[in-house]
Design a binder for this molecule. Structure first.
Ligand code: NAD
Ligand code: ZN
Length: 265
């Protein structure tokens, strides 16, 4: 009978998973920093790394934030056109559903093993999978955010007949919640990230190249305060050298295997 491929078949990965499970059992406030690699198995390309959008096509021009500031109506017109017109990346985001890695993270939270997720992903898949304690440091593509009061709402509820749309609470200009290059990270999200990082006694770094700041500094900050790092990534990153445990396997395989190990008393 054919066997299901298991992360535990690889001796090194199996040992790393056991070490990670032992750390998770001992911790009281484990926090995870997540990147695009977690959603790669949901069919959403990463930016960097093998097969990444930027690896293949180069980095995009960085003028979106300037345009929004000078002409929000024009920015919205372009955004609406792109949404209708689609692109390889936008279509993948639209179609994506959570993978076993997202569900395993929700399981870890439910089991009381994972206190908080800081995600750099904008795809809303943590929430769809059932994670509840999530901070989206780079925003959420299915939401809008008021540039004055910071209130967020679902994009689908916003009337886009007149652009730019305005905040029903305070009259400020609304923008898609996704944080653009050059745009400051929203204060509430940044505050939650630092609060969780400072509380963490174990820090997981999952599917991120850990080069985008300030997100990349959270693991190192936690580590300086004594929290061991666990890395889950298919490739080496700048953080690998600092990690106590490195699980060199796809998150969609490694994380469910970790849940399995933790289910055994
Ligand atoms: P990144 O593209 O820079 O790096 C992705 C990392 O994931 C790489 O280190 C790669 O080795 C690893 N990886 C690839 N497949 C994996 C798998 N199956 N399991 C485990 N690891 C895997 O992504 P980043 O670090 O998140 O930073 C890029 C920025 O791009 C983020 O700020 C994010 O907002 C944005 N982004 C978001 C999405 C999304 O929402 N799904 C997708 C692409 C980019
Ligand atoms: Zn407002």
């Amino acid at each position: 009978m054919p066997q299901t491929p298991s992360a535990l078949d690889n001796v090194e990965v199996a040992a790393a998973l056991r070490a990670a499970a032992a750390l998770l059992r001992r911790s009281h406030h484990a926090v995870a920093l997540v990147g695009a690699g977690l959603s790669a198995e949901s069919g959403i390309p990463t930016y960097r790394g093998t097969g990444g959008v930027w690896t293949r096509f180069g980095e995009p021009t960085i003028d979106g934030w300037e345009l929004f500031q000078s002409d929000p109506a024009e920015w919205w017109r372009i955004a609406v056109e792109r949404r209708v017109g689609g692109s390889e990346f936008a279509d993948a985001l639209e179609r994506a559903v959570p993978n076993q890695g997202h569900y395993a993270m929700a399981d870890l939270e439910q089991m009381g093993r994972l206190a908080h997720v800081i995600t750099q992903n904008i795809d809303n898949l943590h929430q769809v999978a059932g994670s509840r304690h999530v901070t989206e440091i780079h925003g959420n593509r299915s939401k809008v955010r008021c540039m004055d009061c910071g209130a967020r709402d679902r994009l689908e509820t916003v009337n886009l007949d007149r652009l730019p749309p305005f905040c029903p609470e305070c009259g400020g200009v609304l923008k898609n919640d996704v944080v653009m290059f050059g745009e400051p990270i929203p204060a509430d999200a940044l505050e939650a990230c630092y609060r969780e990082t400072l509380q963490a006694d174990l820090f997981l770094v999952i599917g991120t190249s850990a080069v985008v700041y300030p997100a990349a500094e959270f693991p190192l900050l936690a580590r300086r305060r004594g929290a061991p790092l666990i890395e889950v990534n298919t490739e080496e990153t700048d953080l690998t050298a600092f990690a106590e445990v490195v699980i060199r396997a796809p998150a969609g395989i490694a994380l469910p295997a970790l849940v399995e190990l933790l289910l055994v008393p």
